[in-house]
Design a protein around this ligand. Structure first.
Ligand SMILES: [Zn+2]
Length: 113
């Protein structure tokens, strides 16, 4: 399960950051999930609750932002947003190549008290 190790990483990073800022508790964590990352927000939430139980982050709200995939057309040499299940360039109709955007899963922000 790749969500479990991912959530552990998020959890550790959040606690490290919160402590570094002298926080008493973590109130909210915003996480970006690329649409092609294959990460299920429900699983992240589930593992996070398990890990954070009894810690300063146990009541933190997890907010997930879906990030649409960006594709790159080698013919037009430009990036475009993937629409629905369509991977084709809106200008020339050729198949776009995947870029890093849309495959990531990163912490966007951490709010603490
Ligand atoms: Zn094109």
């Amino acid at each position: 399960m790749h969500e479990m190790s991912l959530t552990e990483k998020i959890y550790r990073l959040v606690l490290t950051e919160a402590k570094a800022h002298g926080a008493e508790r973590v109130t909210k964590i915003t996480i970006s999930i690329g649409e092609l990352s294959g990460v299920a927000a429900d699983s992240v939430e589930f593992y996070f609750r398990m890990l954070a139980k009894g810690t300063m982050a146990q009541d933190a709200i997890l907010e997930f932002n879906r990030v649409s995939a960006r594709l790159f057309c080698i013919y037009c040499e430009k990036e475009f947003n993937k629409v629905a299940r369509d991977f084709f360039c809106p200008d020339c109709g050729n198949l776009g190549r995947l870029t890093a955007k849309g495959q990531e899963c990163t912490i966007e922000s951490i709010e603490v008290d």
